[in-house]
Structure formats: C-alpha cells, structure tokens
Write a protein that binds this ligand. Structure first.
Ligand SMILES: CCCCCCCCCCCCC/C=C/[C@@H](O)[C@H](CO)NC(=O)CCCCCCCCCCCCCCC
Ligand SMILES: Nc1ncnc2c1ncn2[C@@H]1O[C@H](COP(=O)(O)OP(=O)(O)OP(=O)(O)O)[C@@H](O)[C@H]1O
Ligand SMILES: [Ca+2]
Length: 576
C-alpha cells in the first residue's frame, strides 16, 4: 500500500514559475500542487501547498472570477489556478471558505500548456466524487428574497469555473421543487441543489427520498419497509431565514463556502426522522420536531412572513409573553446510553467516531455503500437499549432534534452534543415552569451555558417518540375546535374545517392545527393544544409518532457540508 501511494505521489511536473515579480519552484504531484518562493541564491523560502482535491479550476491567461469575471489573455505564457482558501476571519463557529487565485507566468508557452494539461489530468483522476451536472432550485421568496441574486452573482460563476453545468429552476409555488424531483426525468444529474432555507431543503429531501422509494417499488407509508438508499446528493446554498441544516453541517451560513464544498464533492450523511400519524407517513425531519413553544412561534411567525427573518424573534417574544404550557403524554424509546449521551459534551463533526460506531453496530456486514434504513418500532430495542418510557404532564416545549440544530440564533444549537448521523435524536422536555425560568432556558441557547442544567428540563437520547393528548383533553380540544369554528367539520370528519370567525387569521397552507394557536392569541381562552413544528412546517396532526430512520455513514443524504470530513481531518476542525 505504501509503495502504491509513493508511486501515485511521484512528481508529475516541476519547473520554475513566476508569480508577480517573485520566482518560485512549482511542483505537481498526484495529490498536491506546491510552489516555493526562491531567494536570489535559489534557497527555499515560504511554500504554499494546495491539495489537488481542492483545486477548483485552471484557466489560460490572467483570469478573475469573483466579484466579476475578467480575462486578460494578452500573454501566452500565463495561467491561473483557483482553489479553496480558508479564510482566517469568519464566524467563531466555522471557517469561511474563499476562492483562492494565483496567476503563474511560465518561461515559455510550451511549459504553460504542459502545466495546464497536467493540472487538468490530475483534477480528473483525483476528484472522482465531484459533480458534473446539477439541478438547482431557487426559492425566490426565502429569507430576504435574495436567492436569485445570490445564486447568479456568487455561485453560478464558481460552478462554471469548475466545469459544472447546471439546470436552474426558479420556483413559482411551494412544493414545486419536491414535485419536480418526484416526477421529472433526472437522468444525467449528479445532484440537486437548493438556494433558500430549511423549507426548500425539506422539499428536496422529500423529493429525493420519495423518488428513490418509488423507483424501488416501496411504499413510504408501510412501516415494515426498509427504505432504499438515495443516490442523489443534496447541496444547500443558504438563502433562507434560519438555514439550520446548512449551519449545523458546515458551521457557517455562507453561499461561497457552500458552493465550494459542493464543487469538491464533500458529503455528509444525515439522520432522518420520520413522523407518522395513525400509521401513515406525515413528513420527514432532519432538524426539529417541536411542540409547544417552537410550534407556537412558527404558527405565529407565518402571519408575519413579510417581516423576513426577524419574524421569528418578534413571534418568539410574543409567544414567550403569552406564557403558555400544554398538557400531553410523551413516550420515548431510549437509545443505547453506552454509546453516547446528550450531555457528554462532545461535538459531532464529519468522520465522528460515534457516528461511525453506530453504523458498524447497525450494519455489521455492510460494504462502504450508503443506504437509508428504517425499521419497525418493535425492532428498535437491542440488548442495551431501554424499554419505552412514559412522561405525562404540562410542558412548555417538547423538542426532538436529530442533529444539534445549531443556527446563527443559537450557535451551539438545541442540543449541542447531538450527532449528525448516529441513528438517534435528542428529546428535550421542558416542563411547565415560571416565566423567568423559561427565559433562562431560552437565553442559554445563545451562549455556552448548559440549557439542560435546569431543574425543569430533561434531555434523553432516543430512537423513537410518541406524543398523545391526555385522556379527556381530546374532548377539550374538539370543544375548542368547535368553539372557534362554529362546529364545521373537515372532509375526514375528524376536525372542524378552517371556517367561521377565525378564517381571517389563516394566511397559507393546509395547517389546520395553526388555528388553535392563532385563536389563542386573539381570544380570551388560552388554547389547550399547540401545533407541531417539523423543520419549519406546521404538521396537521397533534398526536404523532416519530422514529429515527438510519443513514449509514458514507451515505449521501446531504452533500453540502464537508466542512468537516476529509478537509478537517487534515486541517483541524472547521467548527471551533
Ligand atoms: C432572550 C433571548 C432568547 C433567545 C432564544 C433563542 C433560541 C433560539 C433557538 C433556535 C432553534 C432553532 C431550531 C431550528 C429549527 C428549524 O428546523 C426551523 C426551520 O428553519 N426553524 C424554526 O422553526 C424557527 C424557529 C425560530 C425560533 C426563534 C425563537 C426566538 C425566541 C425569542 C424569545 C424572546 C424572548 C423575549 C422576552 C421578552
Ligand atoms: N415560489 C414559491 N412561492 C411560495 N412558497 C415557496 C416557493 N418556493 C418554495 N416555497 C416554500 O417557501 C417556504 C419557505 O422557504 P425557505 O425555507 O426557502 O425560506 P425561509 O422560510 O425564509 O427560511 P427557513 O426555512 O430557513 O426559516 C418553504 O415551505 C417552501 O416550500
Ligand atoms: Ca442524530
């Protein structure tokens, strides 16, 4: 093996080159492009070394790509190399990536051509996982409504430089991206990319998982089905309001950083949680399934979409001031506590040993290929996993998060030690408490203080969760529905339809549950039920079951991140 590595690492090309007025000795091996400054006596000074896997492109002449493309081809002895450059500035939670650029001048045109050819061959041979053709969905209404501009000014030039061809769809309605992936011919695409927030990411996730199951002839609703692995990677260019999936996987929300990760083919598997109601699939989640506070904030914020990202802070304050708690019965299936715990102070990065161990345990005989795995609830228990546990009471918030769910508002996230791909989620139960206590809990999300170290908060690492209303509450809830809806019923005959005196409050979607909350803000009687927030979408049911689907390490549900894997194994962690 060592011999083979040495063979591959043999120098392919070495020569003197000029960068500006300085003379360098440049060498291209299989894995690296190095250039070392030489002093007047030909002694080595500083060396710059760029892994071939991080070279973005090579162009003839003196070329600039960002902020605007400009080409000076007046000499035939120059070429420009573009590569990933880690910015020393950037966010305290992750490094920004920038497009590095060096213009080399060769002693002859012949040598320039040799450099260009060798670099392009090296790129082809050593970057097998790079995408060549991408399907890009832009949500023009996400976040500050800058998706189109972000893509065309910052991302498209990089894709072009890297030789990636992209087909762009600017969405005209919600769920268009999901339906496109479910129904259209995707032959030739190596991946799908969303430009927007967690909502459009969720559309792509549902499209990709759904399509894969369709093609395999599997029903997503059938709980006995083992979900098929998804071959299409999903990339995220952050242009939304929270961009939690991007932040939690890359460490920063920055379109250029994400575009560079996509170009070099970085990928990170993610846990996916499926949410069922009465044995039928409602949605998948990768981030937050939250009842109480986070459900209420989302429902309230939908009425203030026009405010942009700040709608969450405004709605958060409004909901906090309304001081609500909700009765419920939570049942959860603990995960194996010997493997990890939500309070073990670890931070999950790509290549994380807990995620790899979980994979080995789940798929002991599996080859490296990826797959999604689902199983019956009954199959979840292993020798070291516990039995179902039940908790009944009044809660400020019930949150299940598959990953840390870190975002700029909460840089360490809802559960800082949660893992990206270990097949578990963290259940955070915030029991009813006085307003100051709850404010302390919320405030701790903004710092490094432990939000779980409070007497009214419990956190459990789990494989599955069920939520139901206490006996008797169901009736109260229906009374509440009847009260606010003049007794109208839905076509399913289960709940009142959205009609009557509160219709004015409902602005979008099919979210029947939303009305309970909305009425709670404008009516004198406080609502008895909240709604579920599932990755930023309101669920139409209160009683749900969540279970962890399992992504094998090396899998490819998400291919945006990489902040962490190969890169950080070599250059320390990208998330400090
Ligand atoms: C005193 C300051 C307290 C600050 C508390 C900050 C807590 C922030 C926790 C953020 C957790 C994000 C979880 C991610 C969920 C995503 O899958 C989902 C889809 O994008 N986003 C949301 O649902 C969007 C959810 C957005 C939730 C924002 C909550 C803001 C709370 C503000 C409370 C102010 C109290 C003021 C009292 C006068
Ligand atoms: N053209 C469109 N018109 C209306 N809604 C759309 C359109 N395209 C996508 N959507 C929907 O808009 C919703 C919000 O989109 P997105 O997540 O991109 O932005 P956001 O809500 O501002 O950000 P975040 O989810 O990070 O908070 C999603 O539910 C998505 O399905
Ligand atoms: Ca997890």
């Amino acid at each position: 093996m060592e011999l083979l590595d040495m063979d591959i690492d043999l120098v392919r090309l070495e020569s003197s080159l000029w960068v500006g007025k300085k003379r360098y000795r440049a060498a291209l091996t299989g894995w690296h492009l190095n250039w070392t400054e030489l002093d007047k006596k030909n002694r080595d000074k500083k060396t710059v070394s760029v892994p071939v896997s991080e070279v973005i492109g090579v162009e003839e002449g003196r070329v600039q790509v960002l902020p605007q493309r400009s080409v000076a081809k007046d000499t035939d002895r120059e070429f420009t190399v573009f590569y990933v450059k880690r910015s020393s500035s950037g966010s305290p939670y992750g490094l920004l990536w920038r497009l590095g650029r060096t213009q080399f001048c060769c002693p002859s045109r012949d040598l320039r051509d040799q450099w260009m050819t060798q670099l392009r061959i090296a790129l082809k041979t050593h970057s097998p996982s790079r995408p060549h053709r991408l399907l890009v969905f832009i949500n023009p209404f996400g976040g500050r409504k800058q998706g189109r501009q972000i893509y065309h000014s910052l991302v498209a030039p990089l894709f072009e430089l890297a030789g990636i061809s992209s087909h762009v769809v600017v969405t005209e309605r919600a769920n268009q991206a999901r339906d496109h992936i479910l129904k259209k011919d995707l032959t030739g695409f190596d991946g799908v990319v969303c430009v927007g927030g967690d909502g459009i990411f969720s559309e792509l996730l549902h499209g990709v998982i759904g399509r894969t199951q369709q093609e395999a002839g599997l029903s997503e609703h059938d709980p006995s089905v083992t979900l098929q692995s998804c071959d299409l990677h999903i990339g995220i260019i952050p242009a939304g309001s929270t961009d939690c999936v991007c932040f939690a996987t890359v460490g920063v929300n920055d379109p250029v950083t994400s575009a560079l990760h996509i170009i070099i083919g970085d990928s990170q598997p993610l846990d996916v949680c499926s949410v069922h109601h009465c044995s039928s699939l409602v949605r998948y989640s990768v981030s937050l399934v939250g009842y109480g506070f986070y459900g209420d904030v989302l429902a309230e914020s939908e009425r203030h979409r026009w405010m942009g990202p700040i709608r969450y802070d405004y709605s958060g304050a409004m909901v906090y001031l309304s001081n609500r708690s909700y009765a419920g019965v939570i049942q959860y299936l603990p995960a194996d506590s010997q493997l990890s715990s939500p309070r073990d102070n670890t931070r999950c990065l790509s290549g994380c040993s807990v995620c790899s161990k979980g994979t080995e345990r789940l798929f002991p005989h599996s080859p490296g290929a990826s797959s999604l795995y689902s199983s019956h609830f009954s199959q979840f228990s292993s020798d070291t996993e516990g039995e179902w546990v039940s908790v009944e009471g009044r809660f400020r918030a019930v949150s299940l998060t598959c990953m840390s769910s870190s975002c700029p508002r909460s840089p360490l996230g809802l559960s800082p030690s949660a893992h990206l791909a270990d097949g578990t989620g963290d259940l955070i139960i915030v029991r009813d408490t006085h307003p100051l206590g709850f404010l302390t809990f919320l405030h701790r999300h903004t710092s490094t203080q432990d939000q779980f170290d409070l007497p009214f908060v419990d956190v459990h690492r789990v494989k599955a969760v069920r939520f139901s209303l206490p006996t008797g509450e169901e009736e109260d809830r229906d009374e509440e529905w009847e009260r606010v809806n003049d007794g109208g019923m839905t076509e399913e005959g289960k709940r009142p339809s959205r009609s009557g005196s509160h219709k004015h409050l409902v602005e979008r979607g099919e979210e029947r549950g939303q009305k309970d909350f909305l009425c709670g803000l404008c009516c004198s009687k406080a609502p008895t039920v909240s709604v579920w927030n599932c990755d930023g979408e309101i669920l139409p049911h209160t009683e749900i079951s969540c279970r962890q689907e399992e992504a094998r390490s090396g899998g490819n549900i998400l291919a945006n991140e990489g902040a962490i894997t190969r890169v950080n194994n070599r250059y320390n962690s990208n998330i400090k």
